[in-house]
Design a protein around this ligand. Structure first.
Ligand code: HEM
Length: 160
């Protein structure tokens, strides 16, 4: 398993298998949130709830497993660096927006399942859900920029 994650990627860039898999699965999560949004517009609220929950859970696994550690190693500890400054600022912008998307998105999902304390419950779902969706999509687009920076444009790509 570890060998597979570190094997050559399948998208033809400098990325390994783990990074290519992260990109493809993150795009899948964004597609799931978009389908879920459409289900809500069609008033299919139960299906909407479960599609958004599945997307959020998959996103939790990706962020905790495949983003926090490379952030620590290649940005905080600067392993194999220094690299062009764009490498650090693009990733940090992404991580900052991604942090808010992660916290706010999971809060909205927990509220949808009545799993937050009374004081944190909201009843006007629309603005909360739209904000969470917007933050997730923005984080995904910034993540694509991170991928291109790390594995296509920098002269000294991270190897792991
Ligand atoms: C909703 C939250 C988030 C979404 C949707 C998201 C999405 C993405 C996407 C699409 C990529 C490109 C795939 C790749 O380069 O392998 C990526 C990469 C990355 N993200 Fe995030 N991200 C989120 C949160 C975060 C957070 C909170 C951090 C902070 C630690 C972070 C740090 C990184 C790093 C370091 C990479 C490069 C990883 C690598 O290629 O090995 N992301 N993210």
């Amino acid at each position: 398993m570890i060998d597979l994650l570190h094997a050559e990627g399948f998208l033809g860039t400098n990325a390994n298998f783990a990074a290519d898999m992260t990109l493809v699965l993150s795009l899948l999560v964004a597609a799931m949130f978009t389908v879920g949004f459409w289900l809500a517009r069609r008033e299919k609220y139960d299906a909407h709830k479960w599609v958004q929950t599945a997307g959020a859970v998959l996103n939790i696994i990706l962020v905790l497993w495949l983003m926090i550690l490379p952030y620590r190693d290649f940005i905080v500890r600067d392993a194999g660096g220094p690299r062009e400054s764009v490498f650090y600022y693009v990733t940090t912008i992404h991580a900052t927006v991604g942090f808010f998307a992660f916290v706010f998105g999971n809060y909205v999902v927990l509220r949808g399942h009545n799993l937050v304390p009374q004081a944190l419950r909201f009843n006007k779902y629309k603005p909360y859900m739209r904000t969470a969706y917007g933050l997730y999509i923005l984080s995904t687009l910034l993540g694509v920029w991170v991928y291109v920076t790390w594995f296509v444009t920098v002269s000294n790509p991270p190897v792991f």
